[in-house]
Write a protein of this length. Structure first.
Length: 290
């Protein structure tokens, strides 16, 4: 059962910025942004499931008929991009795609998707291609958005369904970040809704260490939370290796502004997160190419 909690005071360094619900369109243009890295096995099921969700939300007039899906291929070496191209050819009014030139990292793929639709979408939902997040939570995210929340976080409730390494590394990651002084919402990864105002604010963020779950709360917008039960992967294996988890942790430490001699040394050794570079782009009809 999904539980909704509205956060009136946003965790972060800024005062809460309120966006009036009166300014919201009754059926906003929603784009679901899906980062993909070697998701050839999972993608057919993901495409079917998310297209059905978009159709359901449209039928219930919760979103605009101009809403769409945007898949961001983060330098996959399998047939992920080929499947995205096929989906776009079969239903160009729903499916869009962006192909990055090489593996730029999950966080950059998410940012690329957000910035690609910021002038078109009223709101964007970020969700991973394995669909371990409960897509039914999107309905409740929209409820929060229409009630005035500019950011809505999806937070896992109950036991994680992933492998032992993922569960242990995730717990260690959040404990480490709390110990170092970072203010994170535990069990929230990158499943979230962001309105256009929040996306525009994020686009101006100057920190070179890209760690969205640490940056978004500091933007200061009214934020809601939707709890969901994590599901098993549709197919394939997790792409988060120990190396990638440690890289994310270093980015989180640096982006959170944690001070001290020890952290200064860590930041000095940390590499700048590479910018993304777009190789190919396929936008759903009506988004940016019309």
């Amino acid at each position: 059962m999904l539980i909704s909690v509205l956060i009136r005071t946003v965790i972060g360094i800024k005062e809460s910025v309120t966006v009036s619900a009166l300014t919201r369109p009754n059926n906003p243009v929603l784009v679901i942004v899906v980062p993909c890295f070697n998701e050839e096995e999972a993608l057919p099921g993901t495409v079917k499931t998310l297209s059905e969700k978009i159709s359901q939300l449209g039928t219930e007039q919760l979103i605009s008929p101009n809403s769409a899906l945007l898949f961001v291929d983060d330098g996959s070496s399998d047939n992920t991009w080929g499947l995205i191209e096929t989906s776009h050819r079969e239903a160009p009014h729903i499916f869009g795609g962006v192909k990055l030139s090489g593996n730029r990292g999950h966080q950059n793929a998410l940012l690329c998707g957000l910035l690609s639709v910021k002038d078109y979408a009223d709101a964007a939902v970020l969700i991973d291609a394995d669909l371990q997040e409960d897509i039914e939570a999107i309905d409740e995210m929209l409820d929060h958005f229409l009630s005035g929340s500019e950011v809505v976080l999806g937070v896992r409730s109950g036991r994680e369904s992933g492998a032992f390494f993922k569960r242990v590394s995730s717990r260690f990651f959040y404990r480490l970040m709390r110990f170092l002084g970072a203010r994170l919402v535990e069990n929230h990864a990158d499943f979230r809704l962001m309105g256009r105002e929040a996306i525009n604010a994020l686009s101006e963020y100057g920190n070179e260490n890209l760690f969205l779950r640490g940056i978004v709360p500091t933007l200061g917008f009214e934020t809601g939370i939707v709890y969901y039960e994590e599901k098993k992967r549709l197919a394939g294996k997790s792409k988060y290796t120990l190396r990638k988890m440690m890289r994310l942790a270093f980015a989180g430490i640096a982006s959170s502004g944690i001070t001290g001699k020890c952290m200064g040394k860590i930041r000095a050794k940390a590499k700048r997160h590479p910018d993304y570079h777009i190789e190919k782009i396929l936008f759903a009809r009506g988004q940016m190419n019309d």
